[in-house]
Design a protein around this ligand. Structure first.
Ligand code: FES
Ligand SMILES: [Fe+2]
Length: 382
């Protein structure tokens, strides 16, 4: 974000506060509940979005060293991420090419060769088949080049490792094509110069879109977050901006509405607002004053979502017990606040079976939710 835009965004918030107005779309909209609770719909989202679009698989700092690897679930696929000696990152299916055993059982480590725990076939970390026990007798004329690890399109950019979770996708992954104008925003956040200080993984019995929707309006703050963050935020005041399929939300603190009395050169959006970056489909970054909470979701079914919450902190902050306590305290506050959203999400999901509502209603100040859903509709339509 450049300085002109930063000032413009702050002025927009101050202006809305002065007018005592929320940020309004042209009209209300409806969201059919079949979007959130239909297995067929979920399968279409999996085929057209989760398995087709670039997705964040890891932070670069998790795979920092040459020969480092990570084995994790990416959009429901067992994936092996590996950095070679030259620093390049590759992604493979973590599936043995002999008879399908899970090739790497450890979740992280350093290796140049991966050896299958079943019969001992092995591959180098660039995916080439290296050795087959008793090959000459058992597998005469084995076409070795056809038995490399199944590769997924992968790239490292803006501090993250991105993957397309489809071994049939082929080709390269151009992250900046997918990010559009959001790429410059991620550069502004300097995510590559961060490390993970605290992390946790939780499963929530709610559709992934219900959980995204819970984060992109401030209408609920006063009521749902009365016991946590509400006192720090003005009632129902937030704005949003689109970057292709991605969204940035500005969630001002009360302090921002009083900035009109201070000189512009002292304004800082990160000091007086939370920014929420929602990268389609399932990565969100809640940018706070001195750290960023990175939320990576894996939709497991139409009613179940796994979420990893990681507090990213500037890599050059001292790694002392005092600082660690500070990050853990902040992570806990975010967790408590998000838990209020997640509990509501689970209750909403449980209510779908009642068929009490054919659709949900988005007010004019909940326009971001409509925009998000329309983008999802566009993607599943191809
Ligand atoms: S299944 Fe992996 S070596 Fe046989
Ligand atoms: Fe919330």
């Amino acid at each position: 974000m450049d300085r002109t835009e930063e000032i413009t965004l702050i002025k927009e918030i101050i202006g809305l506060a002065e007018q005592k107005s929320a940020y309004l779309d042209a009209s209300i909209s409806h969201s059919p509940i079949s979007r959130y609770c239909s297995p067929d719909r979920f399968e279409r989202e999996r085929a057209m979005i989760f398995r087709r679009k670039p997705t964040v698989a890891a932070h670069s700092s998790e795979l920092a060293e040459p020969r480092a690897f990570l084995a994790r679930d990416v959009m429901g696929l067992p994936v092996l991420l590996a950095r070679d000696d030259s620093g390049q990152v590759r992604a493979f299916l973590n599936v043995c090419r002999h008879r399908g055993a899970r090739l790497e059982r450890e979740t992280s480590g350093c290796k140049r060769v991966f050896t299958c725990p079943y019969h001992g076939w092995s591959w180098t970390n660039d995916g080439d088949l290296r050795a087959v026990p008793q090959e000459a007798q058992g597998f005469p004329d084995l076409p070795r080049s056809e038995r490399g690890l199944r590769r997924l399109p992968a790239a490292e950019a803006h501090g993250f490792i991105w993957v397309i979770a489809d071994p049939d996708a082929g080709g390269d992954l151009n992250v900046d094509n997918w990010l559009g104008g959001m790429a410059a925003e991620l550069d502004w956040l300097a995510l590559a110069d961060h490390r993970i200080a605290v992390e946790e993984t939780i499963e929530i019995a709610a559709n992934w879109k219900v959980l995204v929707e819970g984060g992109i309006e401030a209408y609920h703050f006063r009521v749902a977050h009365a016991a946590t963050i509400a006192p720090h935020f003005p009632d129902n005041l937030s704005t949003y901006q689109m970057f292709g399929s991605h969204m940035r939300s500005v969630l001002p603190r009360r302090t921002m509405t009083a900035l009109g009395d201070t000189p512009e050169q002292e304004w800082s959006i990160r000091k007086d607002a939370n920014l929420l970056y929602s990268l389609m489909p399932t990565t969100q970054m809640l940018v706070q004053q001195d750290h960023i909470v990175w939320i990576n979701s894996t939709p497991l079914s139409e009613g179940q979502t796994r979420m990893r919450l990681a507090t990213l902190v500037p890599a050059d902050t001292p790694d002392t017990p005092q600082m660690q306590a500070h990050w853990e305290k902040n992570h806990k506050i975010t967790h408590m606040t998000l838990r209020e959203d997640f509990d509501l999400g689970e209750e909403i999901q449980a209510g779908f079976a009642s068929r009490g509502n054919p659709s949900h209603l988005f007010g004019r100040f909940e326009g971001a939710l409509n925009r998000f859903n329309l983008l999802v509709e566009e993607l599943i339509a191809g």
